[in-house]
Each structure stands twice: as structure tokens, then as C-alpha cells.
Design a protein around this ligand. Structure first.
Ligand code: RIB
Ligand code: CA
Length: 344
């Protein structure tokens, strides 16, 4: 990180969950980000279990100095439906990683979010789960949220298909009322990192093999927590590997050039068969000011370059060679001709 680059202060609201944990791993190992705190919300697993899992990741990277706050255990109105069928009962692929003994999560995620936004300048928020905590915090102290430097939400789907229904993505389907409240009231633009872009981010078996070769300990940890997720993806969608949605939201805050999108007015369906659908008004029919920047394109190879560099210590020119081998023919967003490699 060059000296003049200013680190971005960030709060991460999440439901760890396997891909949330990979997102935390990326955030903790990226010098561009200063993680001020982690809040957990009912989603993949109950918020209390998510908080324990967040502590497991923080301990792994020697960052138990970062506070973890447990948030809401129930959606605003709907019955809570977890995603433990996808992430395992423990939220980490039933990997049996022991709870952290040195500390425990605190209570009061909503107040922690609001107090931090009130007290600190230049704070960005990355939401990687249902928006229940965010909606309650926004309702309680709307003025605090005017200070948000950037708000990034992994959620929704513009022109892709849903993963909870033909049209709905899990985070917004789990608590559609919270998502609708946030999209209708947040005073800053919502950067929607939806399934249109995250579906292109697949942790493939050969990438896991590369990680294991260059960083055996990291490879072993990732294998342990993703096995369950790999099996789910094969059975459900015949995908070899697993879609890792949440790390793209973190990578996008680190380097917004990783994705491109369009400013649109978006609202969330709160009842009926399309419950949880993010309706993006592409043609401006509703004549409403855009409240979201909906991401539509990303460069999976550039993402993987960043992800592998940060989480596994991969380095060019080897990293570019391996990515060239694994993604033949894809245009790289970075120089293919890393030093020591002649242009072909
Ligand atoms: O639909 C994918 C999203 O729902 C991801 O954030 C995953 O972790 C779950 O929260
Ligand atoms: Ca998540």
C-alpha cells in the first residue's frame, strides 16, 4: 500500500457463513481496509452462532482486538429461515472448529453501528447478510447514516435468477421488509453486489489446489470449511466448487474498478410469489431518483488475483501464469506479461 493511500474505515455486518468468512479473511489481510468492528445478523446461521464464527476467523488472523457484536436473531416481520442446509449447522461447513475461549461477542450490534457512524469520520459499511441490523439502526438514528462514506450490500439480483426462488436472492429474501426499508430510506447510494456479478466468482477445486500448494495451512483451513459448500453446489447446481458471493463485496470496496454497473432506482418486493426480489427500474418507469448502483459486470480473474494474493500470499509472475493456465483466453485486467515472462 503506498504511503499516501488512506485506509478505509469499515464496519462489516454479516452472517458467517462460509463465504462471509472468506470475505472477512480478505478484509483482514487487505491493508486498504481498517476493520473497526463486525456485527452479525440472523441469516445463514443464527446471529449468535455467526458471532462465534466471526471470532474464530479473527483469532486465526490474530485480530481479536476487533470487536464482534451479536445482532438481531429475527427478521423484522417474517419467520426466520436459516441457510444451514448450505453452510452447515455451525455455519462453517460443520468443520467443528472450536469456539474461541479468549473472548466472547458483545450484545448490541444496532447501537454499535450507530455509535461508530456518529463518532468516526469516513466509515464505510459492508453488509454481507440480511439487512435486519441495518434497517433497525437506520430507523433508530437516521442522521448517523448520512455520514456513511459508502454502503455496499451483497444481495439482490438484477437480470440473473434467484437462489431462494426463481427471482429472489437469500439476503433480501430472508428479511425483505428490512431490505425494502433500507432501499427506501438509506440517505446514501447502495452499491448492490448482486448475483449478476457474484455468480461469476467461483472458488474452483483447482484454485483450492493452488492455494494448498503455496500455503498448506491456508489450503487446509479452506478445504475444511468449504467441503460442505462444495457438496451443496454440486447437488444443487452441478457447480464444481462454490460460488463465493461475499468476498466480491469486500474486493469491490478495496478496488471499485473490479466491477461496473448502473445507477438505478431499486425496490424490494415484500409479499407474494416474488417475495425478496430486487426490482431494478432499468427504464426509469417509476421516475424515481436512483438509490442504488447496481453492479452488472466484473472480472473474475482480476478478483482471483487480488483474493489469492491477499489470502494465500500468491505472487506474480507465478500467480499470473497459474491464472492464465486456469482461465485460458480470458483477458486479464492486469498485465499478463508479469516480469520474467515474454509476451507471446
Ligand atoms: O445469496 C448469497 C448471500 O446469502 C451470501 O451473503 C451468503 O453468505 C448468504 O448470506
Ligand atoms: Ca453472507
Amino acid at each position: 500500500m503506498n504511503a499516501e493511500m488512506k485506509r478505509k474505515n469499515v464496519l462489516i455486518d454479516c452472517d458467517p457463513g462460509i463465504d462471509d468468512c472468506l470475505a472477512l479473511m480478505l478484509a483482514l489481510q487487505s491493508p486498504e481496509l481498517n476493520v473497526l468492528g463486525i456485527t452479525t445478523v440472523c441469516g445463514n446461521v443464527p446471529a449468535s452462532q455467526g458471532a462465534k464464527n466471526a471470532l474464530k476467523v479473527l483469532k486465526r488472523y490474530g485480530r481479536l482486538d476487533i470487536p464482534v457484536y451479536t445482532g438481531e436473531e429475527h427478521p423484522l416481520k417474517r419467520e426466520y429461515i436459516s441457510a444451514q442446509d448450505t453452510h452447515g449447522e455451525d455455519g462453517l461447513g460443520d468443520s467443528g472448529i472450536p469456539d474461541v475461549a479468549e473472548t466472547v461477542p458483545m450484545q448490541g450490534a444496532v447501537d454499535f453501528l450507530n455509535q461508530t457512524l456518529k463518532d468516526r469520520e469516513d466509515v464505510s459499511v459492508i453488509a454481507l447478510g440480511p439487512l435486519t441490523n441495518i434497517a433497525l439502526a437506520l430507523e433508530k438514528k437516521p442522521e448517523a447514516w448520512k455520514r456513511t462514506q459508502a454502503f455496499v450490500s451483497m444481495g439482490g439480483s438484477f437480470k440473473s435468477f434467484g437462489n431462494c426462488s426463481p427471482v429472489a436472492e437469500y439476503n433480501y429474501w430472508c428479511d425483505p421488509d428490512a431490505a425494502a426499508y433500507v432501499y427506501r430510506n438509506l440517505p446514501v447510494k447502495i452499491h448492490m453486489v448482486g448475483l449478476d456479478v457474484t455468480r461469476r466468482i467461483v472458488l474452483r477445486p483447482d484454485l483450492l489446489e493452488y492455494i494448498s500448494q503455496i500455503s498448506p495451512q491456508e489450503g487446509e483451513f479452506l478445504r475444511k470449511i468449504t467441503r460442505f459448500y462444495f457438496d451443496f453446489h454440486w447437488v444443487q447446481e452441478e457447480v464444481l466448487g462454490c460460488v463465493i458471493n461475499d468476498p466480491l463485496a469486500v474486493a469491490y470496496l478495496i478496488d471499485p474498478s473490479l466491477c461496473s454497473g448502473i445507477d438505478l432506482y431499486t425496490d424490494i418486493v415484500t409479499e407474494g410469489i416474488a417475495l425478496g426480489q430486487s426490482v431494478c427500474d432499468e427504464k426509469g418507469i417509476w421516475k424515481k431518483k436512483p438509490n442504488s448502483h447496481v453492479l452488472t459486470q466484473t472480472d473474475p480473474v482480476r478478483f482471483m488475483h487480488l483474493f489469492l494474493e491477499r489470502t494465500a500470499g500468491a505472487r506474480d509472475p507465478q500467480l499470473s501464469r497459474v491464472l492464465g493456465q486456469l482461465y485460458p483466453g480470458e483477458r486479464f485486467g492486469f498485465s499478463l506479461f508479469a516480469e520474467g515472462r515474454e509476451a507471446e
